[in-house]
Write a protein that binds this ligand. Sequence first.
Ligand SMILES: *[C@@H]1O[C@H](CO)[C@@H](O)[C@H](O)[C@H]1NC(C)=O
Ligand SMILES: *[C@@H]1O[C@H](CO)[C@@H](O)[C@H](O)[C@H]1NC(C)=O
Length: 357
Amino acid sequence: MPKFESFHSRPLLLISLLWTISFSTHDIGAINTKNFDFKEAPKFYNSPTCPSLHNSSTDTTITEICFQNAVNVAMTLDAAYLRGSMAAILSVLQHSSCPENVIFHFIASSSANIHYLNLKLATSFPYLHFTIYPFRDSPVAGLISTSIRAALDCPLNYARNYLADLLPRCIQKVVYLDSDLVLVDDITKLAATPLGEEAVLAAPEYCNANFTTYFTPTFWSNPSLSLTFANRKPCYFNTGVMVIDLERWRNGDYTTKIVEWMELQKRMRIYELGSLPPFLLVFAGNIAPVDHKWNQHGLGGDNFRGLCRDLHPGPVSLLHWSGKGKPWVRLDASRPCPLDALWAPYDLLQTPYVLES
Ligand SMILES: *[C@@H]1O[C@H](CO)[C@@H](O)[C@H](O)[C@H]1NC(C)=O
Ligand SMILES: *[C@@H]1O[C@H](CO)[C@@H](O)[C@H](O)[C@H]1NC(C)=O
């Protein structure tokens, strides 16, 4: 289980400022920070009808992560996807009717330069309520078996399994979001998804997808394994957008259940993809539904074959560039897909599309 240890943004900001001054830019992480200057996002204000986050003047900043009226959002954070994360954050704030009530919980690898990530976020979003939680990758790295896509094998990709351990106990519900998406609708509506009597998580389900293909013949031919789905009507769901009841998750110890499937996968290959199949094994058929407009996924398409994906029919509240192609990479390469134009307005990179010589 990852060690719980949280850094609150404000105290850490001071530390990171001092830290940055005392070291040369050469020491700040493995990336060239010169290429990663981000603009400051405007301040977003609550509409007058928003419930108050701050109950009394005695509230300290440390307790603000546990306010009842907050919309808690969890995302992973790393240097490689920082530009995507920044765009996602901006889109959440811009379309929220109560942006000051949105509290972000970022999970970063404990081996990453958390001071750098914190400084970048605090500089672009001076008014953001956020906390960065270090995630110890080594226990998870030992559980990961190589998948058919190397990008899916990074331990941070599995952090969503551990949210119930990483986030403070007082947080009952969280919206988990991938870093390659933008919202164009109010996240409060997504967060208010009813979970019913028993569901631990809610996500858009896709019952027309051929569920068989997510697991290997080894899995389906072993009755003791395939019986997992007996008495369930399992459907594919994408783990990039989920509303999770953390209290129910903790009570049912679902982290352990997911880890057990990962341990089995190490011994016999029961699936080919990364973090998704264990989620399907534990939850498929037992999740609460979410309208498909909240995860228009697959927009990453397959960049190598030059394929651009179109939107699924119906309304759009969230655009998700899942798949190999990322909009910022294609825009930088001047080979964008038509829908990448919908991501570009949320790009906070200071000088996009200007290459340094
Ligand atoms: C504010 O305080 C009141 C009374 O102490 C309590 O009942 C209520 O739940 C609190 N609201 C929030 C948002 O914390
Ligand atoms: C689903 O996929 C499996 C394995 O690839 C295949 O055998 C089966 O015919 C497919 N079912 C449908 C309904 O397409």
